[in-house]
Design a protein around this ligand. Structure first.
Ligand code: KG4
Ligand code: ZN
Length: 337
């Protein structure tokens, strides 16, 4: 019998709902929150209020687009954490209410595990291929930078981690220094396409094994700008594309070099990226070159699956459903999970 899951994601500033049947995505709706842009970061209180306003219409639309009635849903999957507590609470409470009303099971999902599982979502046309195991995935988001080995759909081992900032934070914090609106990653990516990536160079920290560090880059970028602005107050305005291209190139090469090292150490050639920063065009192009050179089977998610979305919660929920891994009405959201 087919398994149909309603999935809810509300860990940060996107309210998303998806319907997935037997691993095939039927709908995936995302309502973003522009309200945070002028604050230079996500304001938790505003985020949870916006989730409250968005959750019912987003779920309603997800069901309509999927052509699925509420009574056809077999289980509700929701993001339990990590994330902003007030935001998680909205999705968790909604999921509990829906499950209670339909007398169906609840499935709690780890947001980070879900980011990696996007590679296993099946499209309706049946044309997309999925990775084999073991699968090596670089998870790069606003909060995390991790190298993960997946041994099966639900078995993961973290083999590398950032020791300070995440790669997305490096994009966002350096963007803020250039007065770019939050989150700066997408705009740096766009401006970088018009700049010279070899215009400036920034120090890359040496971090042991498969770990990463990005806080030094932010500091070196800050001092670099401060020195240049002293001589020319218009420096940022004049060289923004070159600054963005050089910064992006530095971050991307730090990410790729560790991924290459991880592949060499583990012998794994089934390789993918996931998380918000996996939308970065420099990273995508750089990896495509590496894949060709190193004979990797490379998995780059569609753009709609790079940022936070409920489709990834749905596919994780599906595999947990198959294993009978359910949770109770007492499941509390967890900011750190
Ligand atoms: O995974 P995500 O949507 O949220 C979590 O952190 O969980 O990732 C958001 C991060 C932000 O730091 C944003 O600046 C970054 O992803 N990002 C990008 C791009 N698109 C989003 N960074 C670089 N280039 C992009 N095209
Ligand atoms: Zn995320």
């Amino acid at each position: 019998m087919a398994v149909t899951i309603l999935a809810i994601e509300s860990s940060c500033d996107d309210t998303s709902a998806a319907v997935i049947r037997d691993g095939i995505i039927l709908s995936n709706l995302i309502a973003g929150q522009d309200i945070h842009m002028s604050y230079g970061g996500v304001v938790p209180e505003l985020a949870s209020r916006a989730h409250q306003a968005n959750i019912v219409p987003v779920v309603d639309q997800a069901l309509r687009r999927a052509g699925v009635g509420a009574e056809e849903i077999d289980a509700v999957a929701f993001t339990r954490g990590p994330g902003l507590l007030g935001s998680l609470l909205v999705g968790t409470s909604f999921a509990k209410g829906f499950a209670l009303a339909g007398n169906i099971p609840l499935i709690d999902v780890n947001h980070l595990q879900a980011h990696v599982l996007v590679h296993f979502i099946l499209e309706k046309d049946g044309k997309n291929k999925v990775p084999g195991f073991p699968f090596l995935c670089l998870l790069v988001s606003g909060g995390h930078t991790r190298l993960i080995v997946m041994k099966s759909h639900l078995e993961m081992e973290i083999i590398g981690n950032t020791i300070d900032d995440a790669a997305g934070e490096a994009f966002d914090k350096c963007g803020k220094l250039m007065d770019l609106p939050y989150p700066a990653g997408p705009m740096i990516d766009r401006l970088a396409s018009q700049g010279n990536r070899k215009a400036f160079s920034f120090a890359k920290p040496k971090v042991k094994d498969l770990d990463f560090s990005f806080s030094g880059l932010k500091t070196s970028f800050l001092y670099f700008l401060r020195d240049k602005l002293r001589d020319d107050p218009q420096f940022i305005e004049k060289y923004k594309p070159d600054l963005c291209a050089s910064l992006q190139d530095t971050i991307v090469s730090m990410l790729i070099s560790k991924l290459v090292k991880a592949s060499q150490l583990t012998g794994i050639k089934e390789i993918g990226i996931a998380g918000g920063v996996s939308a970065n065009s420099g990273l995508r192009k750089g990896l495509a070159r590496e894949a060709e050179k190193r004979d990797w089977n490379l998995f780059i998610p569609p753009l709609s699956y790079t940022t936070d979305n409920a489709a990834m919660i749905g596919i994780t929920g599906y595999y947990k459903y198959l294993r009978g891994e359910f949770t109770g009405q007492d499941a509390a959201p967890q900011a750190r999970y």
